[in-house]
Design a protein around this ligand. Structure first.
Ligand code: F6R
Ligand code: ZN
Length: 191
């Protein structure tokens, strides 16, 4: 295809990322999820309500993007920054999703922090890969994925995935993940 005759030709560009703070500078999309956005995701719902009430609905995670066209051929990318903390004993985590185009993969390069990438398939397979600075997690096509912060500092990742992938939150909200990650007496427990 001659891209010069389509609307697909965009100009090259670059962005600045503060790797330590987990911020994409001059991001045009900045998604903020607070504790109250996480209702229904944690095992201990009363503990989540206490956190919202007692800590003034604290920041949970952020996603920074300078978006590209959501089309095949492009690579969408973002910085995902998940705060440290627990809801009861359960470690802070993202909602998690399948991609709307399920047959699309994703790469997470961890820049800071400690945690796991929990992954599952619709037919019941489950996996958790550790995340720490310099570690890359490959999320294959058809695997739902959620990051979980087990450390005491933000868990920061650079994510790259196909432009057309999109997000499907509904299916994983229905299914849930088969295992959760807890901190008990300073030990990580996955069960
Ligand atoms: C994109 C992706 C990440 C997440 C981000 C927030 O496909 O996997 O950028 O979107 O870590 O998590 P969710 O989207 O599950 O709220
Ligand atoms: Zn994804």
């Amino acid at each position: 295809m001659d891209v010069r005759s389509t609307d697909k030709l965009i100009d090259p560009f670059s962005v600045d990322i503060d790797i330590d703070e987990g911020i994409m500078k001059r991001a045009t999309n900045h998604l903020v999820r607070k504790a109250s956005d996480m209702r229904g995701h944690y095992a201990d719902q009363a503990a989540l309500e206490r956190l919202i009430a007692e800590k003034a609905d604290p920041l949970h995670y952020e996603v920074f993007e300078v978006p590209v066209p959501e089309k095949e051929g492009h690579l969408m990318y973002c910085i995902s920054t998940l705060q440290p903390g627990q809801v009861g004993e359960e470690c802070f985590m993202t909602k998690g999703h399948y991609h709307a185009v399920a047959a699309t993969a994703e790469i997470y390069l961890c820049l800071r922090g400690q945690g796991y990438m929990a992954m599952k398939t619709a037919d019941g397979r489950w996996s958790a890969e550790p995340m720490s600075r310099g570690r890359m997690v490959y999320v294959p096509p058809h695997w739902a994925h959620r990051s979980i912060n087990t450390g005491g500092e933000p868990l920061i990742s650079f994510c790259v995935y196909p432009g057309q992938a999109g997000h499907n939150y509904g299916d994983i909200e229905q299914e849930g993940f088969p295992k959760r990650v807890f901190l008990r007496a300073e030990r990580v427990v996955i069960e």
